[in-house]
Design a protein around this ligand. Sequence first.
Ligand code: F6P
Length: 357
Amino acid sequence: MKRIGILTSGGDCQALNAAMRGVIKCLFVSGEKVEIYGFMDGYKGLIYGNFRMLTGKDFSGVLTIGGTILGTSRTPFKTIREPDENGLDKVEAMKQNYHKLRLDCLVILGGNGTHKTAHLLSKEGLNIITLPKTIDNDLWGTDMTFGFQSAVDIATHAIDCIHTTAASHGRVFIVEVMGHKVGFLTLNAGIASGADIILIPEIPYNIDKIIEAIKGRNARGSRFTILAVAEGAISKEDAALSKKEYKEKLKNCPYPSISYEVADQIKQRGGYDVRVTVPGHTQRGGSPCPYDRVFASRLGSEAGQLILDGEYGFMVGYRNREVVRVPLEDVAGKLKMVSPEANIVKEAKMLGISFGD
Ligand code: F6P
């Protein structure tokens, strides 16, 4: 008999349910007797002992369903050691609930912040297995996270739709893609949808280069220009500021997001008719794409196998097209970013895409 806790933490994404189903199916198919404790709303459920018993039925029909049947929330790692408003020690509470329920292990689905806490719990002696979710694909130790391909599909579709209206009106259009720290999603959706300019946090832009690229397109006979801009895109001047100075600047910034600032500069300096579209959380919503259903199922089944093997302290990741077991200490606290020297960036430039650099 295995007693398994499971939770989803951080921003949701597609295929969380598919991944959990993969874990549970693998365990059931093995014939192992299991009790499943589903903690509600991420680490909060573990801290406050809010869980529900799950059976195979709970995972029936969820392969195609977005979101998470367990709910999720953000529990910032930087305050995890601080007591809550009632003085509760959150880490101790999580450990106590784990032991009280006599769990054999805890399966945690999450992104970067989630992995820091997962690693901490592992160091505190809990048996932890994690699965990499995030539309940002910014987790270290895995070439891919589930949710990413579904989000690429949605962002690509959004830019595809903008293409036709931009062409009709001869406008400059900015589509703001999710990703505050990394640009994998913007880069891939931008290339997939034929964006002309891609701005990502890892490659700070120069507004003059952007206007040059738009003018160049006009000179070659194109009436419109599409920019795929990551939420965290940053100008060269802003990138040169200290963290503190940049935060201060943002406090007094009149724009709701970077895309509006870029749009205003293109309007002012180039005299273009510019529009901004922000697909926002639609990128995290809806049904997982077939790739993510397969991918999350594969990772989930390997997590089930780890439980059967009694191997803990790993994230199930993906490297060189193979599912792999990655020690948590190799993952936690490291961000995977787009390298400005990466082949995909070079190839995008060979296709004529400007990064504004
Ligand atoms: O980490 C996933 C992500 O969707 C980022 O791309 C985005 O910047 C952020 O979460 C949005 O967070 P929230 O849902 O808390 O607004």
